[in-house]
Design a binder for this molecule. Structure first.
Ligand code: P53
Length: 477
């Protein structure tokens, strides 16, 4: 018997800025990703120095055409349908709807595009799961207001959210507000802020921007429920438990503190108020937030479920000397770097592979919030090779099946799980590196790191494997 509930939402996940391309089509405004170069031209550096980066002409920008989902979506959704997807997580590009963020009326061409896209999903019985902001705040708002550092963004986001909730009332029921909202503290430019690196007290600006997003997220949740009481709105955390490097209490504390950095956001989105530990953190870092009475009211509009991405766990130490010594040996991972974990393997990009960690992470989150969880990102970024027009990606199948097994165990632990949408169900541009060669998909896209290729689609072996997984409701792994 399958451990997964009958209505379990199997699917996949993509995001506008990494999938669609067509960065100026239909009146679209630009977003932050449109200014980031590929890895060879220093994408990581640019993410930390956006002021410098936006002035440069890098020649090639991976997001501008991406995998051309804007023109291929019918073909792609048909293939998702063939795999039996019950849902598709995708994002609406805010600058497609409000090119500068401040227009009086939404851009009809942008709205129409998503209308057609959602219709296409429903043709195959695929329920859209829609992220309102996946690294996609209109660039004009970065330039004019330093993005989310400004309170102005709250109202502008509300307008945008209201426009799409009303427009897609009959077509979309599942929403997520901000993708990996905790990214603001790690990669502020991706999260929606501009000038943080030169600031005297960067954390002051980051937490103020976070506050504005949290209020905006709560107000969007309120509107979603008013527009349609059946709407389900989730928050979205870049998750992954932090393990202590040893059983030294200092290490335990360091791990707890790092996890709280992310839980800070979700505590507010789920509980409707600031967590008690935030006072001490603000005091330690000399942070004084502008929080108004109306904000406290707004925050009371809490989410219906907790969405999260999971790629790996991380390891922390409270020993400052050791931390410094190991700095250069740290391994990359989804937004956070980590000390090595000697018990676990790593991917070609150095990310720790830890399926059991998914069960641990989900149990922690559920114990904390007792809300349904939705695994809205998980997956293996790997190089694929084509042999005789085939791609034998058994490594991807192994990664995903072990993680799905962990989700099944978590369900047996008593955790409510709504669904599972592996990241990049079709190959797309990597957020962290801008590479095409870091592939996650069941569907291969013919495109390389420099933007050359036909963008033709090709099924990988994992395509038929996932189809079987869905057909058996997670039994046949
Ligand atoms: P990639 C980096 C920067 C921003 C978001 O990551 C990230 C990461 C991870 O390095 O996290 C999420 O493409 C994000 C997706 C992203 C995915 O992880 O760097 O929500 O947009 O593509 C995977 O391999």
């Amino acid at each position: 018997m399958s451990k997964f509930p009958k209505e379990f939402l199997w699917g996949g996940a993509i995001a506008a800025n990494q999938y669609e391309g067509a960065h100026k089509a239909g009146g679209k405004g630009l977003g932050p990703i449109d200014y980031l170069p590929n890895k060879e031209n220093g994408r990581i550096y640019a993410m930390y120095h956006p002021d410098e980066a936006v002035k440069k002409d890098y020649g090639y920008y991976p997001s501008h055409e991406a995998v051309d989902g804007y023109h291929y979506y019918k073909e792609d959704i048909k293939m998702f349908g063939e795999m039996g997807f019950k849902c598709l997580r995708l994002s609406i590009s805010w600058p497609r709807i409000y090119p500068t963020g401040e227009e009086d009326k939404p851009n009809e061409e942008g709205l129409k595009f998503y209308d057609d896209l959602f219709d296409e999903c429903h043709k195959y019985g695929i329920e859209p799961v829609v992220t309102l902001n996946h690294f996609d705040t209109p660039m004009a708002l970065y330039e004019k207001y330093n993005g989310w550092e400004s309170r102005k963004l709250i109202k502008l986001f509300e307008n945008y959210a209201k426009a799409v909730f009303e427009r897609y009332k009959e077509k979309v029921k599942y929403w997520l507000t901000f993708n990996e909202i905790n990214i603001l503290l790690v990669l502020p430019y991706m999260g929606g802020s501009m000038s943080i690196n030169d600031a005297e007290n960067p954390l002051q600006l980051q937490y103020q921007a976070a506050h504005h997003q949290l209020v905006a997220s709560a107000l969007a949740t309120k509107i979603a429920h008013e527009v349609n009481p059946n709407n389900m709105v989730g928050c979205m955390l870049a998750a992954g438990e932090t393990y202590p490097n040893t059983c030294n209490p200092q290490d335990i504390w360091a791990a707890k503190e790092l996890d709280r950095e992310g839980f800070f956001f979700i505590d507010i989105q789920v509980r409707g108020k600031y967590p008690s530990y935030s006072k001490r953190i603000f005091k330690e870092h000399n942070i004084n937030l502008d929080i108004r009475d109306e904000d406290y009211e707004a925050l009371k509009h809490t989410v219906d479920y907790v969405g999260f991405s999971y790629y790996s766990t991380k390891v922390a130490t409270g020993d400052k000397e050791l931390e410094k010594k190991l700095e250069s040996e740290k391994t990359d991972g989804n937004i956070y770097a980590s000390l090595q974990n000697p018990y676990l393997e790593r991917t070609q990009w150095g990310w720790i592979v830890d399926p059991f960690g998914l069960r641990i992470t989900m149990n922690t989150i559920y114990d904390r919030y007792q809300l349904p969880l939705f695994v809205v990102e998980n997956g293996l970024g790997a190089k694929d090779t084509i042999v005789d027009n085939q791609i034998h990606d058994d490594y991807r199948v192994e990664y995903l099946s072990s993680h799905i097994e962990a989700v099944a165990d978590t369900i047996e632990d008593g955790v409510e799980v709504m669904g599972y949408t592996p990241w990049g169900c079709i190959d797309l541009i990597s957020a962290g590196t801008g590479q095409m060669s870091k592939r996650y998909g069941f569907i291969y896209v013919d495109l390389d790191d420099e933007g050359s290729g036909t963008r033709k689609r090709l099924k990988k072996d994992s395509f038929n494997w996932y189809k079987k997984v869905i057909a058996s409701n997670g039994e046949d792994l």
